[in-house]
Design a protein around this ligand. Structure first.
Ligand SMILES: [Zn+2]
Ligand SMILES: [Zn+2]
Ligand SMILES: [Zn+2]
Length: 131
């Protein structure tokens, strides 16, 4: 059953790798449709969720609450700077945030603390275009 959709998942992963930054399932589906792959939107959603669960893609929520995905260059815990205009993403480490999160959790008696910190803004070239 899982085997049957393997090529579709591979195809979605390739499309994700080609994308410049974080993309929604809908925009990825539109790109695949332009290539006449015949992959449906539901399959794209499933493939992206599967890739994220397997640690092969990053997922996050846009400020508008939409799920966004990206094939990630970094493995392990990290953070992102994301352009809200063009979707460009930069992988960043945030040592100060790691320490702050750990200390804050400990101060309040929390264990196994996790956090999600992504910074949304305008990248240099989008900011230049708007100026
Ligand atoms: Zn990432
Ligand atoms: Zn930009
Ligand atoms: Zn962190």
């Amino acid at each position: 059953m899982a085997q049957r959709n393997t090529w579709q998942r591979e195809r979605v992963r390739d499309a994700l790798a080609d994308a410049r930054g974080f993309v929604s399932a809908q925009s990825l589906h539109a790109a695949l449709r332009d290539e006449n792959t015949g992959i449906g939107l539901a399959t794209v959603y499933r493939a992206l969720a599967g890739l994220a669960a397997a640690g092969q893609a990053d997922s996050l929520q846009s400020p508008e609450g939409e799920a966004l995905y990206r094939a990630c260059a970094m493995s392990g815990h990290h953070h992102h700077l994301i352009c809200r205009s063009c979707g460009l993403a930069v992988e960043i480490e945030a040592t100060a945030v790691e320490k702050w999160a750990q200390d804050t959790a400990a101060q309040h008696g929390f264990r196994d603390a996790e956090h999600v910190v992504d910074i949304f803004g305008l990248c240099e070239s989008c900011a230049a275009q708007k100026a």
